[in-house]
Unconditional design. Structure first.
Length: 119
């Protein structure tokens, strides 16, 4: 049964992209914490957050950001299911000023998406 569950998770998550499990702000509300799961385990996976550059001029503002995954030295063919927390600074991504107060931020990739409210 244990092996079936791992096989099922590998099929669900697949090797092509990480699955976004959740996203939230840290206790100081200065960093975005994104929990992901991905297939691999033999190579380093690097996560980057790319802002689309456009936000909908609604109230509150609605923005989107793509979670990009890069694998060091090519593909990772290992079959472990890895959970990881990627941390991104709101200031570095320019999401800290008054314009974004209360904004809805949707983080997405090819597999999944998750939305949260900015402080």
């Amino acid at each position: 049964m244990k092996y079936f569950a791992l096989f099922f998770l590998f099929i669900v998550f697949g090797a092509e992209a990480a699955h976004i499990l959740s996203a939230r702000l840290d206790s100081d509300q200065k960093n975005l914490l994104i929990d992901v799961a991905y297939s691999g385990g033999c190579k380093k996976h690097i996560f980057k957050l790319k802002m689309d550059g456009m936000c909908l001029e609604t109230y509150p503002v609605q923005c989107a950001a793509e979670l990009k995954e890069e694998i060091e030295d090519g593909e990772d063919y290992c079959q472990g299911i890895i959970r990881h927390q990627a941390v991104f600074s709101l200031r570095k991504h320019k999401l800290h000023d008054e314009y974004y107060r209360g904004a809805k931020l949707t983080i997405y990739n090819r597999k999944s998406s998750f939305s949260l409210k900015l402080p």
